[in-house]
Design a protein around this ligand. Sequence first.
Ligand code: OAD
Length: 261
Amino acid sequence: MDWRLSTLIMTKDLEPLLDSIAEQFKLDRRIVILTGAGMSEEGGIPTFRGKGGLWEKYDPEVVATAEAIISRPKQVWEMHDELRQIIAKCKPNPGHVALATLENVFKHVIIITQNVDNFHQDAGSINVLELHGNAWRVSCTQEHRSWEDRTVPITELPPICSCGSILRPDVVFFGEPLDEHVLSSAFTEASTANIMFVIGTSYVVYPAAYLPTLAKNNGALLIEINIEPTLFSEFADFSIMGKAGEVLPSLMKKIQTKFEK
Ligand code: OAD
């Protein structure tokens, strides 16, 4: 069977598909991994657009825009503080751990994540580009400096900087530009990738959704892992329908075994 064709398969067919994917790996491959909210869903963090997701409960126009942090800082922080409390109760899943082990085998492994939960780093990944910031960092709206503050829950909302100005979550809100260094590194990584994973993302938010196109233009092998088909599925060389926390440990084990031989 030609697995290079875009293929959606059920769990019972997974083993031969994972074997075929593992065969494509060589030690000099540049591996780039794009992750979204589905990567952390099994740890207990709701996705944004799924059932029970954050955007079902909150209107992003109200709580996740640059304008909102100025005009409704308390509301913005109520949502963000709730997210921080959820993250604090959760931990990385076996999928995060499996991805971290790739850095022990391949020289060039980069994770580009849309997630703000710090789970890739908590699981041991070193090379992580955070496209949308980090929920544990706060930033002063006046002085524009940021730092880590893991206090949960935050006692007074919105929190205030020692300079007297409102603090904001150091995450990217809708309508805001991404950090230019992070974005430029992400574009460079995607454009030079030989293998790109696209894991647990609905593939609707740009510029993250543009990165696989850059990788494809470089001739990269594109591998999707998601519990359901997405706009990306037809475009992928391999599209695996399954949970990241279940598929990734099996796949990484096969890849590692290949290079232990
Ligand atoms: P979404 O909530 O849009 O999509 C989550 C994706 O994960 C969906 O395609 C699900 O099918 C899939 N999924 C769910 N559980 C999974 C599992 N266990 N294993 C694998 N896949 C699973 O989240 P994102 O694509 O990350 O931006 O959203 C992108 C951005 O939009 C977020 O970073 C956030 C949001 O609004 C900002 O806040 C700026």
